[in-house]
Design a protein around this ligand. Sequence first.
Ligand code: F6P
Length: 321
Amino acid sequence: MKTIAVLTSGGDAPGMNAAVRAVVRTACENGIKVYGVVRGYNGLIKGDLIEMDLRSVSDIINRGGTILYSARSKEFATEEGMKKAIDTCKKFGIEGVVVIGGDGSFRGARDLSERGIPCVGLPGTIDNDIACCDHTIGYDTCLNTIMEMIDRLRDTAESHDRCSVVEVMGRRAGWLALNSGIACGATSILIPEVPFDIERDVIQRMRKTMLTDKKHFIIVVAEGCEINVHDLAKEIEEKTGVESRATVLGHTQRGGYPTARDRVMATKMGNYAVKLLMNNIGNRVVAAQKEDVVDYDIFEALNMTKTIDMNLYNIAHEVSI
Ligand code: F6P
């Protein structure tokens, strides 16, 4: 391949810039022309591309967000949108595309690959919900951001003998909630993968710990549980007598400078993706398994299901009491 493109798509995630940098630098070092596509698949539809060189990606390894901007493109899901994107690839001589994003972005990469433009997907999402991948780009940073914010909530909850109910992101997955809940010593962790009962899993657990003189509490709720955390805080206050406050961490979780783990993983994955394209291998998803980087067929990757670590869930249940 002589010319490739790189784009970021879906919700931004810390470490996406490190991945873009690795893609651009690997391509340049191997004599491949590389374009940055602006605003995900929308940029491919509109022909909004920038030719990148070694210096276009200087000083971005430490930055959150994505210098290429991101979008969730509805038009790309239409035949018309797809046709325009393919026309852009032809116009710029693009023979392969590296797509950095989540499973929605991979579906786009699969469709583009099916129509003759080989794509390689890099898992970039805070949700850690890509089945073939242990740790997605952005997950570690987000987890640490949540931990820092819950630590702050703990300070004030402790000072006022309160219960702090915290909603964290993750879309339909409970990875962020489970791991941040453990890292912050939450009394209860509610995740969509495990059926829960507020009376049994929150109220009674709090009452039990109150018998041993516990006076402040952290309850972590994954957004995928679809609970109104403000209502939950009221219910807790009414049933336990503990003054309660709810906090939705929201988009603060997506920003900030990436951790070393995310930067290193993004760099390894970006480099790997270009090597696949250099060998004319497309229609793949790159994944991190333990400390290794591997790749899967996109169809296969999209059909895999990720299950929550029940051992970890049970440890949390046993220890945070
Ligand atoms: O997929 C990343 C994510 O931050 C999810 O955790 C969350 O549900 C969603 O994106 C929010 O999307 P938006 O930024 O479009 O509101």
